[in-house]
Design a protein around this ligand. Structure first.
Ligand code: F6P
Length: 549
């Protein structure tokens, strides 16, 4: 299957131009009015899929906005792009390959062809192999060199080979295997690995080297350090028993000393930031259980089905992607903040940073033409409650134009009923405060109502004004479990893809990370007096000098 035409500028579509005219109307419209005028706004601007509900009613938009955005999607051939994505067409145009993370969680039994060959049998056999490995570790059928049962796994990886599995393992802590402690080491200066090695027992520790390329220097250095540590504490013969690997570069894993039966394969068409569904997720399966991992895949598959079959107007990833485009390209939003109100989702903002910004942080379209419109904005965030006591001040009264995603689970699985309610009510309060703000009059009467006597209320009042009108979206899970986490992640993956189609960029390459990698190689040599770097800067010279004892 081919990909749709890739040569137009989205700004030249009639829908983009209509949206620009439409956006002018919003200079006068306030979100408070929209919320007050229509008591039914929630039912008009929310959508539930399974046990995931998204309330986008606090964005500055109307039904007319949605209609125009849907026209834009049509004029950008979104429907054809979705088919191209899931059917294995080479949507990653600069690397001439598909992006088939959906095949990794395809539970339908239907074939998926890449260059005329069905890849599903290979995916299923690799899935069975790494889930069996996970099970064998949990049951004790697979043990360490001295016969000790593994009670610790250490995933060594970086970027997509770390953030995804680490985030999901934290999110699913309630389902973790009590006999296994999982660590994720991505730190490049040796400190993080050192800290872990000081806590764990070599006889019962399994290292998993996760690296699609198996050439990423940071991961290789950590892997070599861990291998030396095993050799030092056990013996050279122990390496095979204490290491597993996941990579598309099987030859390199064997050369490193990995036993081929513990070297799990991924394919070049699995993007790093989309890889947690592959064997890169083996640490999730060991830390929780193989059946939990399957539930995660099933959740993602449910979202994939929805993405492929729901009409655009009732399609969650499509709507979220289009609303992001609206906010960024027509409402001037420059930052997107992720605020989970659930401790287990603490790692979600960092995970989304890579997903959104490595995918869509591009300034050249697929056809090689430079863009002169905003693509991915800055994504950042933290646990919502912590944010309220640090950077939320800027969200409410700062000068930037920021949109926010709030994420929460309704059911409290852990018996902290009261604290959980407090957390949810804080989230709702934040969403309303951003949307409605607080006028001078409201500030004054609020103070009077509370009997607050300030030193000089009149001069204080300007400081109490909250401009409001700041867009946000609430993503509500009924409960946090493997299925809902799978759905949530797949929702964001597809949202990012929708944005990329509208902007005409390739969401699946990352050329922007290469230059720094090459430069680092020549600096590393020059800093220790090996090789030459003609660009060596003053600061590098200072580093050289200070390194001298
Ligand atoms: O440098 C960026 C990147 O290539 C990411 O896309 C990827 O997730 C990460 O590095 C790790 O790469 P690898 O899995 O090949 O070690």
């Amino acid at each position: 299957m081919d990909i749709p035409a890739i040569n137009e500028d989205p700004q030249e579509t009639p829908a983009w131009q209509e949206l620009q005219r439409h956006a002018n109307d919003f200079e006068k419209i306030r979100l408070t009015e929209l919320l007050d005028q229509d008591q039914d706004r929630f039912s008009q601007f929310s959508l539930q899929v399974d046990e995931l509900c998204v309330d986008y009613s606090r964005n500055l938009l109307t039904q007319e906005t949605i209609r125009l955005l849907l026209n834009l999607a049509e004029q950008r051939h979104l429907e054809q792009w979705i088919v191209a994505l899931v059917s294995g067409a080479p949507v990653n145009t600069t690397e001439s390959r598909p992006a088939l993370h959906t095949a990794l969680r395809n539970r339908s039994g239907d074939p998926v062809d890449v260059a005329g060959r069905n890849v599903m049998p290979e995916i299923e056999s690799e899935l069975a192999a790494f889930l069996k490995f996970a099970r064998d570790i949990q049951t004790g059928d697979c043990v360490g060199h001295t016969g000790g049962r593994f009670n610790t796994i250490v995933n060594l990886g970086i970027g997509g080979s770390d953030l995804g599995p680490a985030m999901v393992t934290t999110a699913l802590s309630d389902f973790r295997n009590p006999g296994i402690e999982a660590y994720f080491v991505s730190g490049t200066d040796g400190i993080q690995l050192d800290q872990v090695l000081r806590q764990v027992d070599p006889a019962t520790t399994l290292f998993i080297i996760s690296s699609k390329s198996f050439t990423t220097p940071e991961t290789r250095l950590n892997a070599i350090t861990a291998r030396d540590w095993i050799v030092q504490h056990l013996t050279g013969d122990a390496v095979g028993a204490h290491f597993a690997a996941v990579s598309a570069n099987q030859a390199a894993t064997v050369e490193f000393g990995i036993d081929p039966s513990r070297s799990f394969k991924i394919w070049d068409w699995v993007g790093g930031r989309y890889s947690l569904w592959s064997a890169i997720g083996v640490s999730i399966a060991i830390a929780t259980s193989p059946s939990i991992f399957v539930e995660l895949l099933e959740g993602a598959y449910a979202m994939d089905r929805h993405f492929q079959t729901a009409p655009a107007a009732a399609n969650l990833p499509v709507l979220l992607g289009l609303i992001a485009v609206w906010n960024q390209n027509f409402r001037g939003i420059t930052d997107h903040v992720i605020l989970p109100y659930h401790q287990r989702l603490a790692a979600f903002p960092a995970y989304l940073q890579q997903l959104e910004m490595e995918s869509n942080g591009k300034s050249v379209r697929r056809d090689g033409q430079p863009v002169d419109y905003s693509t991915a904005v800055s994504v950042w965030g933290s646990l919502g409650a912590n944010a309220q006591h640090s950077f939320a001040q800027l969200l409410h009264q700062g000068t930037q134009r920021i949109s926010v995603d709030f994420i929460a689970a309704v059911r409290d699985a852990e018996g902290h009923e009261n604290q959980h309610l407090q957390t949810l009510s804080n989230m709702l309060a934040q969403a309303d405060a951003l949307a409605r703000g607080q006028s001078r009059q409201q500030a004054q009467s609020g103070r009077e109502g509370r009997g607050v006597a300030g030193p000089d209320p009149q001069s204080l009042l300007p400081h109490l004004v909250h401009p409001g009108n700041r867009p946000s979206t609430i993503l509500l899970l009924r409960e946090l479990n493997a299925r809902s986490v799978g759905m949530l992640i797949a929702l964001y993956e597809h949202k990012v893809f929708v944005e990329s189609v509208i902007w005409g960029i390739n969401a699946f390459d990352q050329w922007g990370v290469e230059l720094g990698k090459h430069l680092a190689e020549s600096y590393a040599g020059a800093l220790v007096g090996r090789g030459k770097n003609d660009q060596i800067t003053n600061v590098a010279q200072l580093i050289q000098k200070w390194r001298e004892k």
